[in-house]
Ligand binder design. Structure first.
Ligand SMILES: [Cu+2]
Length: 137
């Protein structure tokens, strides 16, 4: 009887541990998949490379960064912006380089580039506004 109780107890602990580990992985995956939300421009750090989006264009529209650098778009356009990877409208050239929602006025949005390459981007709301991020090793 005692052995049987122990067996049930161990089984229960294993099930709970499995649920916890599974839940942890699930939550982490959710976090990874969710696009980073917009934030206040005061949270930009000195390690970020900043692109200001004004009403007519990105300033600058071309930046060169090292892999692992975050580029932050600050919205000074007086309207919503949506900086995202080419190709419009699917943004599949660099999956993840897409806030998946408009960025409000006077807000910022950042993306950390982990892949070396020349990543063209555009404003998803005004696709003729264009730029490029060159990412080097
Ligand atoms: Cu687009």
């Amino acid at each position: 009887m005692n052995n049987f109780m122990n067996y049930k107890y161990i089984l229960l602990v294993l099930i709970l541990a499995g649920a916890l580990v599974g839940g942890w992985f699930y939550m982490n995956k959710e976090k990874e998949m969710a696009p980073a939300k917009s934030f206040d421009p005061s949270l930009v750090t000195k390690n970020d490379v900043v692109i200001i989006q004004k009403a007519d264009a990105f300033y600058p529209s071309e930046v060169t960064i090292k892999k692992g650098t975050r580029v932050v778009w600050i919205n000074e356009s007086g309207n919503f912006i949506w900086p995202a990877s080419d190709l419009h409208p699917t943004h599949e050239a660099y999956p993840g380089f897409d806030p998946e929602e408009p960025i409000d006025m006077a807000k910022a949005w950042g993306f950390t580039f982990e892949k070396v390459g020349n990543w063209n981007f555009h404003d998803h709301l005004k696709p003729n506004r264009r730029g490029v991020v060159h990412v080097t090793e």
